[in-house]
Structures are given as C-alpha cells and as structure tokens.
Design a binder for this molecule. Sequence first.
Ligand code: PLP
Length: 411
Amino acid sequence: MTVQRGRHFLQIPGPTNVPDRVLRAMDAPTIDHRGPEFATLTLSVLEGLKSIFQTAGDVVIFPSSGTGAWEASLVNSLSPGDKLLMFETGHFAMLWQRMAKNLGLDAEVVPGDWRHGVDPAQVESRLAADRKHEIKAVAVVHNETSTGVTSRIAAIRRAIDRAGHPALFMVDTISSLASIDYRHDEWGVDVTVGGSQKGLMLPPGIAFNAIGPKARAAAKSARFPKAYWNWEEIIAANKSGFFPYTPATNLLYGLREAIHMLLEEGLDNVFARHARLAEATRCAARGWGLEILCLEPEEYSNTLTALLMPEGYNADILRKVIMERFNMSLGTGLGKLQGRVFRIGHLGDFNELMLAGTLAGVEMGLSVAGIPHAKGGIQAAMSYLVDPRGKEKDVQVASFEQRANKTEIRS
Ligand code: PLP
C-alpha cells in the first residue's frame, strides 16, 4: 500500500471529520462514572442536547450506534403487532422498516422511487383512511443518507394534524441533526433519533432519543420487553447525572466540546453554512453535467449530495481511483444504488476550502477514471461561494450535454 501524506479527506456522509478541539477534549483520563465530576458532565451535556434537538423535553444518550437508537424508539413506545406507517425513501428507511418487522411490528411501507422525500399529501390520505386509528406511529427518515433527499418534517406534521390522527410521530435525524434545521418541539415530533458521528462531529459510538410527552406517556403502556433501552431507567438515573450502566465517558467529553462549538457558532449559522456548501456542491455537479439523484429542489439535502454516474460507468471505480490517487473517501451507493451513485458528504466540521479540495478531488478523479464530464464544476462552485446571488452567471461550462433528470432507479 502506498503511504499517503497530508490529511485524509473523509468525505463520506458520516462518520465525519472530527475537529481537533473535540479530539483534544476526548484525550483525557477516564473518570469515575459514579463520582461528582461525572454528574456535572452528564447534566451539562443533557442540557446542551436540548438546544441541539430544539426541545424542552427529555433526551437520552445510549452507548450505541444509531441503529440502537432506532430500536429504542420502537421498543419503548410501541407493542408487538402494532401498525406502523413507513416510507420507502431509500436504504436507511428500509433498514428501519426491516428492524420494525423483525421486532414483530406490522410495518406498512408507502413505496417510493428513492429520488423524493415523504409526500405529506400521501401521509394525510393514508391516515385519513385509517378511521379506526389502527396506525400507532408514523416513522420518517428526515435526511435519507443513501439518496441525499430531505423530507419536510413540518409539512408532514401538518398533514398528520389535518388527518386528525393520533399516531406518534418518529423521526430519524441521524444525518441532519446539527446540520439541517430540525425542531423537535415546534414540529410536534414525539421521538427523534440521533447519532454522534455526523453533524455532531464526534466519532461513532453514542446515539440519542429525544422524547416528547406523548411518547413518554405511550411508553407507560407499551408492551415490548426492554431492558438496556428502557427510557425510564435512564431518565431516572440521569436526574442526578448518572447512568444505569457504564457510559461512554470520553465520548461525553467530546460531546460537551462539540455542543460548545455548535452553540458558539450559533445553530442558525451552522445551518446556513451547510446550506451554502451544499448549494456550491450542486453548482459543481451541474458544471460537470452529472445528474443529482434528488429530483425535488425543495428536498435537496444540505449534508450530502448523491450524483448519478453516466450510463455504463461504475461509481465504485471512480471512488477507488479517488481514494488511491487523492486520499479521499467518498460515499458508496447503498442498496439498489450500488455502483450507480457516489455520495459527497459536506457536513460537520467543514468549510469552503475543504469543499474546494473535495470538489477538486472529484473533478480530477472523473478525468483519471475517464468518465465523461464537463470541466468547470469547481469553477461554478467557487463562483457561487464568492457571490451566491450571481449564481454561476460568469461560468463557462464546457460543451457537455446535460442529461435530463429522469433516470429511473431499478432494483
Ligand atoms: N439512519 C440514517 C439516516 C443513517 O444515515 C444511518 C447511518 O448512517 C443510520 C440510521 C444507522 O446508524 P448507525 O450506522 O450509526 O447504526
């Protein structure tokens, strides 16, 4: 293997680049998790997480990956056999649905084309048809990491309300939290699922549930067996700053620093930075003449962009070339998108020059791999970053026929 110098560019859509400040915060002796210093740490991160989830309610932290927090959301608030409404927005939505089925839930899936988010009108009509209120929960992935499509959570909430349906509303924010605006309380979400390794700029290893009062009440009569994931035991121990088991102490040091960094920047500025870098990425894609997988501009993801390969070219070959030549990891196509798309992660501890490096790596990779594209993607991105209002106006995009946005994704 060739030794590569300089920083590796970790441009997958999570885990993301961990900032030095967070790395340094974690580089400290592990303390007694039953001592007073630890209690102060817990109480401060729990308070900070409320700002991140935009909730006044409870947030619990699990020493797990995001998948664990998915499971916790289901087993705490539902009972075996309960009906759950889910949406085929992409790979992660389908994994959550498979988990629900494996647990013994009756998960109904509204089919999708992996290029759109959840349609609020479909939510409304399906719930309105459920006169007996058999559906106990609606579960949506806010930002589908496999496709780069962001569903409109506030609009989905309004759809549930228009249908007058009492179902719980559960949202996966694993690749949107602390990067794309998300409001647990204002948008009437009952359970929010989050993870450490994306917008929160931490390594993988801890995950979250933000729990609204309706979900907490539902948990009292929910009949799934649960132990490790039991919200009530964690909330009870958290009151005095402790956990019912050994917590991930050093990740909590990192979390404290990450929350500090996010609040110091200001969440609105964090969201605006992600929006700016995402739009610049899309300018580059248009400049290259590559098709953005997401078909609805209102649903473009601000944390990642999935780009379709021209017919007959494999995205994983491009990714391999970029990795070997330029020391950068890009996201692979997941599920039925394998080989069809590559994903550029533009989230977390990320800025203009890191994006310019990332896009340069992609443009050079396209040339090295012999993939038909137009030059000028990076130029388009830079022009946008310099002057967002004059979007692309002075950019000469080489003659390359842009493909219509109509590729159908087949299994
Ligand atoms: N949900 C979404 C939207 C994700 O992007 C991921 C992982 O990338 C998961 C769930 C699963 O999380 P984890 O891999 O941490 O278990």
